[in-house]
Design a protein around this ligand. Structure first.
Ligand SMILES: C[S@@+](CC[C@H](N)C(=O)[O-])C[C@H]1O[C@@H](n2cnc3c(N)ncnc32)[C@H](O)[C@@H]1O
Length: 179
């Protein structure tokens, strides 16, 4: 007898999401972001203006491309999102909504800025929403992506409520809410 979770775990939220980054230059960050995207259930990943080096090494080191489509758009004008999919920037800017107060769109494409810099003004202008993670300063780009994906799953998927006191929820309640 093992404690392995049932096949329906983790719970899948309604809708879909994608995640990508602008002008990415480090393959390790790209690989890290794509692996998390795959794990959190993204439908596709993307880059806009990524350097050749980032893409080349990412192709060698990350297996996520075997499971998820990846779009490599050379410029912003090449970016093509599905109809109804809302572009959500992830950036520490004044207009941004604090992530804990943000309601994620059911159909969303999240976009992060480059390792050395921020989302371009042109990209920000295309974003329907911008969110910021409550940190004192910029954190690693792949880490920022993972936090936003976690927040999406945490708020849109059906998990049992947290108990008021320090403990785990009742197993019966967990089972009831699964699937
Ligand atoms: C390492 S940061 C870029 C460096 C940063 N602009 C600087 O020079 O201080 C890379 C990207 O991670 C994302 N990011 C990092 N911390 C963030 C936060 N607290 N809130 C929202 N986005 C964040 C943004 O997309 C940002 O463009």
């Amino acid at each position: 007898m093992t404690d392995r979770p049932p096949a329906t775990w983790p719970p899948t939220p309604r809708g879909y999401f994608a995640i990508g980054a602008e002008r990415m230059s480090k393959s390790l960050n790209l690989g890290n972001l794509m692996r998390s995207a795959h794990g959190f259930g993204a439908s596709f990943t993307s880059t806009v203006g990524a350097t050749y080096r980032a893409l080349e090494a990412f192709a060698d080191t990350s297996k996520s491309q075997l499971h998820l489509p990846h779009y490599n758009w050379p410029t912003l004008d090449d970016m093509a999102l599905p109809n109804g999919c809302k572009l959500v920037g992830i950036e520490l800017v004044d207009r941004a909504v604090d992530l804990p107060s943000f309601r994620h769109p059911l159909r969303a494409a999240y976009v992060l800025g480059p390792e050395q810099g921020s989302l371009s003004d042109e990209m920000l202008a295309r974003c329907e929403h911008v969110v910021r993670i409550p940190t004192k300063f910029c954190i690693n780009v792949a880490m920022a992506g993972a936090i936003v994906m976690y927040d999406r799953v945490r708020t849109l998927a059906r998990f049992p409520d947290r108990p008021v006191g320090e403990s785990a929820p009742q197993q019966a309640a967990s089972r009831k809410n699964r699937g």
